[in-house]
Design a protein around this ligand. Structure first.
Ligand code: CU
Length: 261
């Protein structure tokens, strides 16, 4: 049943077309998101037009006329059942269609275990990024240690953290490789938004949001905060650099050598 569903829904996202008025689709799941978006938009448009046409028809047909009397109706069970079941069926179909795209983004079980992990910490008004460095281990964090010079709250003497690489407003990932992202917020709710990737996720204080990114082409992509988070919200911008693996490794080494922010 599950594989049948996957086949069906993957087929759906594969047929999704791209649209010239949106940024070029740059992640593995961008076509799936666009397909769902336009499907939902199409369904909504159909019902908006239908409802408005019906309003006009009913207003015209049952307008006040000489000699016509109003009559009382207590409802129609059949009609009510019909207009409850149509949206219910549409919603169930949308849930089924969105499953494969959703699991590509959110279901850790379908990601490769060796995926590169990037930690993101949103704060008023910057994006902080952390990479584990050559040892593949992140150093310990303690929120009590957070201050303007130590936004992460790093525990300084933890050996795992000695080679961690940290950047501000600059994130880089290798192209065509799955990347695991752990998203957190330090203060208020922010939203991690990559328009070219069709990815947007709230960063909520006290929670770690886990998701998956896989870029399909190299380039520099805008990262924006999509949740009004204070007076400096407009300047909470970053860049995601997507590059071939070798270039990415060189970038990471360079960041480590440049010293920590
Ligand atoms: Cu923000």
């Amino acid at each position: 049943m599950n594989s049948l569903l996957t086949k069906f829904t993957l087929g759906f996202s594969a047929t999704a077309v791209s649209f010239p008025w949106l940024p070029e689709q740059s992640s593995t799941y961008a076509p799936g998101i666009d397909g769902l978006f336009y499907l939902i938009l199409g369904i909504s448009l159909f019902f908006i037009v239908l409802v408005h046409v019906l309003i006009v028809v009913f207003v015209w047909r049952y307008r006040q006329r000489q000699g016509r009397r109003a009559f009382y109706t207590s409802g129609n069970r059949r009609l009510e059942a019909l207009w409850f079941s149509i949206p219910a069926v549409i919603l169930v179909v949308l849930v089924i269609l969105s499953q494969s795209t959703w699991s590509r983004i959110k279901t850790a079980a379908v990601w490769p275990a060796e995926a590169l992990t990037v930690e993101v910490l949103a704060e008023q008004y910057a994006w902080n990024f952390r990479y584990a460095g050559p040892d593949g281990k992140f150093g310990a964090l303690d929120p009590a240690l957070m201050d303007p010079y130590n936004p992460w709250g790093r525990v300084e003497d933890d050996p795992d953290g000695a080679d961690d690489v940290m950047t501000i407003n600059t994130m880089a990932i290798p192209v065509n490789e799955p990347v695991r992202v752990l998203l957190r917020s330090k203060d208020v709710i922010h939203s991690f938004f990559l328009p070219d990737f069709r990815y947007k996720h709230d960063a909520v204080p006290g929670m770690t949001m886990e998701f998956h990114l896989e870029a399909t082409r190299p380039g520099d992509f805008p990262l924006a905060c999509a949740e009004f988070c204070g007076l400096g919200h407009y300047r909470m911008k970053g860049t995601l650099h997507v590059m071939p693996r070798a270039e990415f490794d060189a970038w990471l080494t360079e960041q480590a050598e440049e010293g920590q922010p």
